[in-house]
Design a binder for this molecule. Structure first.
Ligand code: DOR
Length: 442
């Protein structure tokens, strides 16, 4: 018998570009074939009582493969992603070796095949040596674009001086992702670090370190006529500035900077709360929410940056910076919606439509006929507690363990395949490289 659809999602509230509608979705060949679908289907999923969001795209994760796979790998990181309702990820280049050449990108793509649970793209890391090649490297299939570390963080990727930053920005056309912390200022301030006290982390890597770097990269980007995307913004002052430069700059905030306040987080979590740029004060967190309400952040990224508990147990400042987050990003944001800090429509804007618009992703970020059938199916009313046993990251911990939330991912559907439902995984990892307009049509 020939059926109209391979898959139908029935009875759910579907978050279409125009808003939520109670309707059925028909999927054929991995793409959305009909909204308000009436024909029969090979498989039908009952979504009664559930909300169907466009697939969540996390544009900042560190999955540590190759070289640091005791912390995470492409399989475990992407498994955490789909358990948390994420359908696609952009993975960062500070692996070992760094992802700074065509061979390294090809290597990651090969390792991802049949092992990654969600769709994926890999950033290429800018160095002082590969600037001339970046124009070519950013056009390799499966590449998310170029990433610059202006300040040193985990690993040794670093382009800190204006002359080298200008060379990187002059090479290529796609939007460049930026870690904006000023290396010279931080080097001059290492005396601010208090041994054994992670709460001194935001004193060392202070507001001015972030603002200075963001100011510098905005000026350099304007001079180079190059678009930039400033990652994990932590200060209200930067968001105000970025709001005045929307013609060339987009930006990201993270769920952890929107959720944790240093006054509470450092005494409770110690070095587990240590990341770059740092968790800052409650007033900073409130300021990020203010600018989120003003529409300035374009994207929400998890900056999933796992380290083992053993590594994190080193005394500050020998402890590494970063915390896992890909699995908890959507749950935390659903809880913020339930508690009235933002709307579900804004979360969708930040996790689906935003990534599509900022990075020119082909066929994702929207529930519409012809788009990939990527869906994050959620129960907005479920009350549950984040348990360690639920976490898939090899690092095995989360700063949010023990937190009780309202709103839970129930299903993750990637190109029409149910990869996660109710905490159970499919029997095959079917992630594929993400396609970009700049590569295929640029
Ligand atoms: O805290 C961080 N950890 N910030 C970064 O920029 C890198 C990341 C990591 O890779 O551990």
């Amino acid at each position: 018998m020939v059926t109209a659809f391979d898959l139908k999602l029935v009875g759910g509230t579907v978050h279409l570009p125009g808003g939520p509608v109670r309707t059925d979705i028909g999927v054929r060949g991995g793409r959305i074939a009909a909204i308000g679908a009436t024909g029969d289907a090979g498989e039908t999923i009952d979504c009664t009582g559930l909300d169907i969001l466009p697939g969540v795209i996390d544009t900042q994760v560190h999955f540590r493969e190759p070289g640091l796979t005791h912390k995470e790998d492409l399989e475990s990181g992407s498994r955490a992603a789909v358990l948390g309702g994420v359908t696609a990820v952009f993975e960062m280049p500070n692996t070992k070796p760094n992802t700074d050449s065509a061979a390294a990108i090809e290597h990651k793509l090969a390792r991802a095949r049949h092992r990654m649970w969600c769709d994926h793209a890999f950033y290429v890391g800018a160095t002082n040596l590969n600037a001339a090649e970046l124009a070519e490297l950013e056009r390799l299939p499966g590449t998310a674009g170029v990433k610059i570390f202006m300040g040193a963080s985990t690993g040794d990727l670093l382009v800190s001086e204006d002359s080298n930053l200008a060379r990187v920005l002059a090479s290529g056309h796609r939007r460049v992702a930026i870690h904006a912390e000023d290396e010279a200022r931080m080097n001059a301030r290492t005396g601010e670090r208090v041994p054994g006290d992670a709460s001194s982390h935001p004193v060392w890597r202070d507001d001015e370190s972030a603002l200075l770097a963001t100011r510098r990269i905005l000026a350099l980007a304007r001079a180079a006529k190059r678009r930039i995307h400033v990652l994990h913004v932590t200060t209200p002052a930067e968001l105000e500035l970025l709001g005045q430069n929307k013609d060339i700059a987009t930006c990201e905030v993270t769920p952890q900077h929107l959720t944790l306040a240093g006054e509470e987080a450092y005494p409770r979590l110690g070095t587990l709360a240590q990341m770059n740029p740092p968790i800052r004060s409650g007033a900073h967190r409130d300021g990020l929410w203010h600018w989120l309400g003003q529409g300035v952040p374009d994207i929400l990224g998890s900056d999933h940056a796992p380290h083992t508990l053993e590594e994190k147990a080193k005394s500050y400042p020998d402890s590494p910076s970063g915390m896992p987050g890909v699995q908890t990003m959507l749950p935390l944001m659903l809880n913020h919606v339930a508690e009235g800090r933002t709307t579900l429509a804004r979360v969708i804007d930040l996790t689906s439509a935003g990534p599509q618009r900022v990075f020119g992703i082909i066929g994702k970020g929207r529930i519409a006929v012809g788009y990939d059938a990527d869906f994050s199916v959620v129960d907005l009313k479920a009350r549950w507690t984040i348990e360690e046993s639920w976490l898939a990251s090899r690092s095995g911990w989360s700063p949010f363990t023990g937190m009780t939330l309202t709103g839970r991912p129930i299903g993750t559907i990637v190109r029409g395949r149910r990869v996660m439902w109710d905490g159970a995984l499919a029997d095959m990892a079917i992630g594929e490289p993400i396609r970009f307009e700049a590569i295929e049509f640029g």
